[in-house]
Design a binder for this molecule. Structure first.
Ligand SMILES: Nc1nc2c(ncn2[C@@H]2O[C@H](COP(=O)(O)OP(=O)(O)OP(=O)(O)O)[C@@H](O)[C@H]2O)c(=O)[nH]1
Ligand SMILES: [Mg+2]
Length: 299
């Protein structure tokens, strides 16, 4: 109706102030998701086991700028797998340019309770955030050692002195289990990457490529970045803003767009939500698939 009135009043083009503002959403999503498949993806992740007997855990290493949401994602995976709100990795509630996570810890998620307690086969390492400048945040060389499984559990990263062979935190003989099987870059959709952090990311990626480790990325804070996604998470692949952000990020870092997954981590919720779970599970499923391929081929 509005369009018809406009055509009658302004047969060519209406003046700027009368033009309808462009919608922030695409008519159709650019990637198809089967939102109803939450249960199927959950079972897949819960039941996954590496095919090799000497490998108990598929190890995922998260890296990315300070505050991108690495610890929050680990907590979110824990929530989804354990089907309740949990907090295994401490996330930071204040905004800072200094990394909150400083220690190299493996996060395992408990299955069952008491004497029947075991762990799910996917584990995460949360590494200190990348920060601006050469003496800040985790050193790119430390990430390389972590990828090879040479950083011991509980090691406290020191930005001015990266791990060396003589350090107590150095693991001389890493097992296939200690190695990282998939590397995941975590980026916020709500911030810009600085050139210095971009350089650090590139160097980490190059190292992982030399070691043949599969890589993917996650875009977090998608709800903060786009109001339409905040209103309804199902708009995730319709948001023009997010699509552009993912494309730009892919071009800047060199991770193909089909290896980048948007997620919203649990941050303020006190109960689980199907849509939030679903995006987390789609990313988790890819981590399992990529990591499993690496275990089959290289370990
Ligand atoms: N709205 C929203 N907030 C998020 C999301 N992910 C993380 N956050 C919030 O962002 C803040 C930082 O998250 P962390 O998980 O501590 O970030 P990190 O990457 O582990 O940071 P460092 O350990 O300091 O390197 C916390 O307040 C989280 O609640 C998200 O997807 N959406
Ligand atoms: Mg952290």
């Amino acid at each position: 109706m509005l369009r018809m009135i406009k055509r009658i009043m302004w047969p060519n083009n209406p003046p700027k102030e009368v033009q309808t503002p462009e919608s922030p959403l695409l008519d159709e999503p650019w990637r198809q998701l089967r939102w109803g498949d939450r249960q199927r993806d959950l079972q897949y992740a819960q039941e996954y086991k590496p095919a090799r007997e000497d490998i108990r855990y598929l190890r995922v290493l998260l890296y990315g700028p300070v505050g991108a949401g690495k610890s929050s994602f680990i907590n979110s995976v824990s929530n989804v797998l354990r089907e309740r709100i949990t907090i295994p990795a401490l996330a930071n509630a204040t905004t800072s340019d200094k990394s909150f996570t400083k220690q190299y810890d493996t996060h395992k998620f408990a299955k069952g309770r008491g004497s029947s307690k075991t762990f799910y086969s996917v584990v995460f390492n949360d590494i200190m955030g990348l920060e601006q400048g050469s003496n800040n945040g985790v050193h790119a060389n430390d990430i390389k050692l972590a990828l090879e499984g040479r950083v011991k559990e509980g090691h406290k990263f020191n930005p001015v002195s990266p791990v060396t062979k003589n350090d107590p935190g150095y693991n001389e003989s890493p097992s296939a289990d200690d190695r990282v099987h998939v590397l995941v870059c975590v980026m916020s959709a709500d911030t810009q990457i600085t050139p210095s952090i971009l350089e650090k990311m590139k160097s980490v990626r190059e190292t992982a490529s030399e070691l043949g480790i599969p890589q993917m990325a996650m875009m977090t804070h998608i709800d903060d970045a786009c109001g339409e996604i905040e209103k309804d998470l199902k708009n995730v692949y319709k948001s023009k803003y997010l699509r552009k952000k993912m494309k730009d990020f892919s071009a800047a870092v060199g991770i193909p767009i089909n290896c980048i997954f948007p997620v919203k981590s649990y941050s303020e919720e006190i109960d689980l939500k199907d849509d939030v779970d679903f995006l987390i599970l789609s990313a988790l499923r890819k981590m399992v698939d990529f990591g499993d391929d690496f275990i089959e081929k290289n370990c």
